[in-house]
Design a protein around this ligand. Structure first.
Ligand SMILES: [Zn+2]
Length: 80
């Protein structure tokens, strides 16, 4: 599942911000509603074509220990 996350600032600032796993870590699972924080689970590449940016951004992924499903933190500017 993807959660949309508002990010202020530029794509370059976004790339720096998501490098640390803790800053935007969800504190509960949006799928099973388990009340624990999710485990960082790497990144995937998301191709973004925009007036200001044309390339691939990294999207942070988390894993729920309860339901074993992944949650992606998609920045709101990545939406078409
Ligand atoms: Zn879950």
């Amino acid at each position: 599942v993807q959660i949309l996350h508002p990010f202020a600032g530029s794509i370059q600032q976004y790339a720096v911000k998501i490098t640390g796993p803790d800053r935007h870590r969800p504190n509960h699972c949006p799928q099973c509603q388990a009340r624990h924080s999710l485990t960082a689970h790497g990144f995937y590449g998301h191709t973004l074509v925009d007036a200001k940016f044309d390339g691939t951004i990294r999207v942070r992924r988390y894993l729920c220990r309860s339901c074993k499903r992944t949650v992606s933190l998609l920045p709101d500017f990545a939406l078409p």
